[in-house]
Write a protein that binds this ligand. Structure first.
Ligand SMILES: NC(=O)c1ccc[n+]([C@@H]2O[C@H](COP(=O)([O-])OP(=O)(O)OC[C@H]3O[C@@H](n4cnc5c(N)ncnc54)[C@H](OP(=O)(O)O)[C@@H]3O)[C@@H](O)[C@H]2O)c1
Length: 297
């Protein structure tokens, strides 16, 4: 039985949907019953579920807000996940945790590998890095997946924001000098369940422990992502706006974003035999889902 935390989020929802579709036994928890800011809720959920695996899809994900909301960001990304990992360690069960490309500053100029030294540029990235380090320092059965640019038909994300903005404005300005890879939440959920399946099949192996990069394949910029979103939406009758490329300097944010946060995902393929699909291949289904859910009445 798998315990899925953060069930109301993009990844949590995708995990729940996939477990339901495949008949996999799971229990999903979310706030207020499971809250990293209320540590007693963690042990209560673990005691009630008695899981064989824990997948932590809960996190503090508001990148800019984290700068002024540091205590909540630390509870959601560092001390909370550490307390959950400790519970897993005590029960000797695998803990699958999700981290981010924002642990890097984006100045490498090539896709990051897992052995590259993190250097976050903001509070969100710093709390996620500290969470990774703390979880691994326990020495338990921990798999940490760093992902990036997560989007889905469910939840708040760039694709939903673009489609909503495009309904209001004929021209959108989108940053074209930040590179990375969009990751569809259902693809990441499928990869995580494949990892669970592999661990079940082989039993725990020492090389499963550690950090793995797990994004969609390929790369783009936010501008390229927006253009592709509108290309898919237009095929379904959406009136697409013009998308103008701009520089990061023209779109200042409280937290500096990595200019190039591409992640090399070879280790995930080598150790677990898991590769996420090309980011562009997963886009049409999600855009269709977003248009269906957000159709103007
Ligand atoms: N979104 C991205 O672009 C992105 C990029 C890189 C990495 N990631 C990582 O991928 C993972 C999944 O992200 P996502 O996009 O699915 O995030 P999301 O849609 O923002 O969902 C976050 C989930 O965490 C829950 N949560 C927030 N604070 C919590 C707390 N203190 N205690 C318990 N639950 C809490 C939220 O609950 P509420 O609904 O109650 O707020 C929600 O269920 C996270 O680890 C994130 O850091 C995301």
């Amino acid at each position: 039985m798998i315990l899925i935390t953060g069930a109301s989020g993009q990844l949590g929802n995708a995990l729940v949907t996939l477990c339901q579709a495949r008949g996999i036994a799971f229990q999903a928890v979310a706030r207020p019953n499971f809250d990293f800011e209320k540590p007693e809720t963690l042990s209560a959920c673990m005691a009630a579920a008695k899981p064989d695996f824990v997948i932590n899809a809960a996190a503090y994900t508001a990148v800019d807000k984290a700068e002024t909301d540091q205590a909540a960001a630390r509870a959601g990304n560092h001390t909370g996940p550490l307390a959950l990992a400790r519970q897993c360690s005590q029960r000797d069960i695998p803990f699958i945790h999700v981290s981010t490309d924002y642990v890097f500053d984006g100045d490498k100029g090539a896709p990051y590998v897992e052995t590259d030294r993190p250097h976050p540029t903001g509070v969100y990235g710093a709390t996620k890095r500290d969470g990774e380090d703390a979880i691994l320092s326990l020495g338990g059965k921990a798999v940490i997946l760093r992902t990036a640019w997560v989007y889905a038909a469910h939840g708040k994300n760039f694709a939903r924001t673009m489609l909503a903005a495009g309904r209001r404005m004929p021209v959108l300005r989108v940053v074209a000098d930040q590179r990375g890879t969009p990751t569809a939440a259902p693809d990441l959920a499928a990869a995580i369940l494949a990892i669970v399946g592999k661990i079940e099949a082989t039993g725990w192996r020492p090389d499963y422990r550690g950090v793995f990069h797990a994004t969609g394949a390929g790369e783009t910029t936010w501008h390229g992502f927006a253009a592709a979103i509108f290309e898919e939406a237009a095929k379904l009758g959406y009136k697409a706006p013009a998308v103008q490329p701009i520089s990061t300097a023209e779109w200042p944010t409280p937290t500096r974003r990595p200019p190039d946060s591409r992640l090399n995902c070879t280790k995930l393929a080598q150790v677990f035999g898991v590769t996420l699909p090309e980011w562009r291949a997963s886009l049409p289904g999600i855009v269709a889902g977003l248009l269906a859910l957000d159709a103007p009445s």
